[in-house]
Design a protein around this ligand. Structure first.
Ligand SMILES: CC(C)(COP(=O)(O)OP(=O)(O)O)[C@@H](O)C(=O)NCCC(N)=O
Length: 460
């Protein structure tokens, strides 16, 4: 209950030592950390919000003394630098939330880091579900993120290559965590770590046996334009790799496994680290690219079509000729507006099996998809989360691929289209800062051509 919460917090969240004794006070007993972890884990999910609100509100920064010290800094009498630096250091110390010490102490007990990763996952869920708008909860998230970013910095992570010889429990986790192209069975899993494949994960000493982020790579002659050839059901099981057939590395799946490490940029670091690893193994390799899904394109398209129908502007998205072909191809009843025929069509995946429909729809869907990836924004950045991820890393939006994923999921999510985000190694850091600072999207001639076709057709 509430008293239990207040009792445990008052007991285990040691007060901040005074500035003078800050380096001389002994750490509190380890039992404080263990009791806190045990108490938190025993809480019902719905009680955690209350507990974390109390922790962040009543055991955070002492705002009064912080504002007093800040006031001193504004005092223009304060002239000599030594005094100013002294006051600044006091202010810096006083801005340390009281609970930050507890988090530091928890990180030193067995399983403490994993506990804090999961604690941040709870805090992120509270924030994203808008269960609380408390600025203190946001502050707690900031403190946790900065601690975790230090502990999970690249230098402290270990790169592990996963092979068929890896321990079963790791292979099982790789299969369980695969978020992009679900692993069907042992044969499928074996293929993903076998010849012409690489699977890498970052691990951390504080969380043994836990792959933090997993990257799947296909080693190919050219940059892949479809996923079937990588994860298709029945593949000829090669026994070894012919180096002459390996010129490109295709990142076809990446997944982070710890919700609490969101924002720590592990995926970006893993891609860069794996590129270096592969350059070491294949010095002549010069092509590095993703083969990425386009989650959300189909639903965005449905929204666009229904909105344009309502505003009677549907005709702008397709040319007269194209509408006519859609009507003929769908032999829709004479009364149905063509835009409804098109909506119904892309709502299913049958059309992918019809040569005629594919011929009619390819130019239309490809330019709509190019606009969705390149033109649609959220707060200035790419609306599509996968595009945003690779563009932040400095990749170039390089090639849209028609009929790249003909699985039901591929058809339903993105009309079967996939995209290569290509990593031109000498351009990634420039592209990344241009994207992050001025929201400029690095795109190839093919993509820009499709975008301009969209703009010509729809005068949007
Ligand atoms: C794409 C991923 C790996 C990016 O993770 P990361 O680099 O750590 O970014 P962030 O979470 O630090 O913003 C992550 O967002 C993820 O696992 N997404 C779901 C699966 C996918 N590949 O879209």
């Amino acid at each position: 209950g509430v008293t239990g919460m207040e009792e445990i917090l008052a007991r285990v969240v040691a007060p901040l030592p005074t500035y003078e004794t800050r380096d001389k006070s002994p750490p509190p007993p380890e039992s404080n950390s263990l009791d806190f972890m045990h108490f938190y884990k025993s809480l019902e999910k719905e009680d955690r919000l209350g507990f974390l609100t109390k922790l962040s509100q009543d055991f955070g920064v002492d705002h009064r003394s912080a504002s007093e010290l800040a006031g001193k800094l504004l005092d223009t009498q304060l002239r000599d630098l030594a005094t100013i630096l002294q006051v600044e250091d006091r202010l810096r110390y006083c801005l340390t939330p009281r609970y930050k010490q507890l988090l530091n102490h928890i990180s030193r007990v067995e399983g403490g880091v994993k506990f804090l990763v999961d604690l941040r996952a709870d805090v992120l869920e509270i924030i994203s579900s808008k269960a609380s708008e408390s600025p203190h909860i946001k502050d707690l998230n900031g403190t946790l993120k900065s601690l975790l970013s230090e502990w999970f910095s690249v230098g402290l992570l270990r790169l592990e290559r996963i092979t068929w010889q890896s321990p079963c429990e790791i292979l099982q986790k790789i299969s369980q965590y695969e978020a992009v192209h679900p692993v069907r069975n042992w044969t499928d899993l074996r293929r993903r770590v076998g010849p012409y494949r690489r699977c890498y994960a970052f691990t951390h000493a504080a969380m043994p046996g836990e792959p933090l982020v997993v990257l799947h790579v296909a080693l190919t002659e050219d940059i892949s334009d479809n996923i079937q050839s990588i994860v298709r059901e029945f593949a000829t099981v090669d026994t070894e790799e012919d180096v002459n057939k390996i010129n490109a590395a295709i990142f076809y799946s990446i997944s982070s496994t710890q919700a609490g490490l969101q924002g720590v940029e592990l995926g970006n670091y893993l891609i860069k680290r794996v590129v270096r690893e592969l350059q070491g193994e294949f010095p002549h390799m010069a092509q590095f690219s993703s083969l990425s899904p386009i989650p959300g394109f189909s639903s965005w398209l449905q929204g666009l079509l229904s909105q344009s129908r309502k505003e009677g502007r549907g005709s702008e998205l397709l040319s007269e000729q194209e509408w006519k072909e859609v009507e003929q191809a769908t032999d829709s009843s004479p009364g149905t507006p063509a835009v409804d025929a098109l909506r119904k069509l892309v709502g299913t995946s049958e059309w992918l099996r019809s040569e005629r429909l594919c011929r009619v729809l390819e130019p239309v869907l490809m330019r709509l998809c190019a606009w969705y990836l390149y033109g649609e924004k959220r707060r200035g950045y790419a609306l599509n989360p996968v595009a945003n991820f690779h563009l932040q890393n400095g990749a170039t939006m390089w090639r849209l691929n028609w009929r790249a994923d003909t699985s039901p999921r591929g058809a339903a999510n993105s009309c079967g289209i996939m995209v290569n985000y290509r990593y031109f190694l000498s351009e990634t850091s420039k592209n990344s800062s241009l994207y992050l600072q001025s929201k400029a999207v690095a795109a190839s001639e093919q993509v820009l051509g499709l975008v301009s076709q969209f703009q010509k057709n729809s005068k949007l």
